[in-house]
Design a binder for this molecule. Sequence first.
Ligand code: UDX
Ligand code: UDX
Length: 464
Amino acid sequence: MKIKNICCIGAGYVGGPTMAVVAQKCPHINVTIVDINAARIAAWNDADLNKLPIFEPGLDEVVKEARGRNLFFSTDIDKAIDEADMIFISVNTPTKTYGKGKGMAADLKYIELCARQIAQVAKSDKIVVEKSTLPVRTASAIKNILENTGNGVNFQILSNPEFLAEGTAVQDLLNPDRVLIGGDTTEAGKKAIQALVDIYAHWVPKERILTTNVWSSELSKLTANAFLAQRVSSINAMSELCEKSGADVNEVSKAIGMDSRIGSKFLKASVGFGGSCFQKDILNLVYIAKTYGLTKVANYWEQVIIMNDHQKQRFSDNIVSTLFNTVSGKKITFLGWAFKKDTNDTRESAAIKVADNLLNEQAKLSVYDPKVVAERIYADLDYLNTRSEEENRSLLTVAQDPYEASKDSHAIAVLTEWDEFKTYDWQKIYDGMHKPAFVFDGRGILDMAHLKAIGFECYTIGKG
Ligand code: UDX
Ligand code: UDX
């Protein structure tokens, strides 16, 4: 089966870059990305590539090459569904905020809405691909809806989870460690799998394209994220022990990472992991395990989240205790708000919780992030509902550069590992601050010997 038209529902951090790369690598396939958010689609269509709704290194070049040729962004969802042979569902699946499974289970309402819309519109056979990360066995729910509410056409459901990491999305898509495709083991299922394999085979070596049954594919994505997050919580747990014992977590990471069985990646201690996926997916895994009555399995994975919450809490506690047990009325500067460098995404960023804790202690915050806009920062705080929107705006200011942000502050906290933070004129920053001037490096990126020589009082995560 040759695919000529692809539709992707959801023009977000996953759908946007993924489909842009598919379009770039498969000029013979028309790719239309649709979204209910008209402002987002308008931004994807903006002539000024600096205004794309998400920032990813290299993405502008990919969009420039394919947009208008075989890559289209639209709000006409019905038309795109109707024309497509293959439909990717890439809408968000946030943690439920209501009802059964509140605070844990994935909210599948958008997925279900998509399935119902596809069923209603489709007048020819379609392959429906789950791109969003979903709880294991969601494919059967989608199949059920499609088959019971559709127009009698045939649907094949595939699971094709996306493993890209933000900040390196384009590189990850161009050169993935593996592509995973799960589908039915029937003849029709195998044909659908092959149709998707053929698309990826335009740029991904065949041996890196794995095919499995649907349930393995769905569960592999949750498992991968759980293992990655677990590594971060494990090294963060050791960072606290390092601080107490006089060890240095970077030295420990290096020493263990050289063991090829452990490997060197994902061993950087931090103020805590963030991002739209890790916490959500582990909570989801915990919920699924509980649903099957596997309490020990659920408790085991829940510890990864508990450790991560602890890491954020102890970072802010340490700032308060170091600043002579009070930050009330003191200006504290945040360098970074994004959940990691090279992205403007702030979902679940550690900075949000650390800021909330410090605001509870009546600190005044000044934030500088190279890519995150002020509205986003305020929206993140308002969402917590800890204090009024007016209070958030009067207690926290967003600065346009690091020197303005740090002027007259008592302490600087590094929350994101942006490379540019290493290149600042730290003497100039020091000169503008109250003394003693403190630096709390939650990412372990600054040259502390240099900062100490200037006169800063320094704390680095995981250093005794
Ligand atoms: C990611 C992953 O796709 C998913 O695996 C994970 O479960 C949640 O986060 P992401 O692309 O980062 O999704 O989400 P987001 O940037 O929020 O994009 C989702 C888009 O879907 C939004 O632009 C939203 O407007 C759109 N959407 C949502 C629809 O078009 N229709 C809907 O019914 C719901
Ligand atoms: C993650 C997975 O890596 C990706 O495969 C999946 O598709 C989506 O979820 P993402 O959340 O975009 O990607 O970024 P990632 O690089 O995994 O970082 C997640 C968080 O962990 C960030 O806050 C990052 O700063 C933190 N982290 C990562 C650490 O604190 N230490 C590390 O060593 C690595």
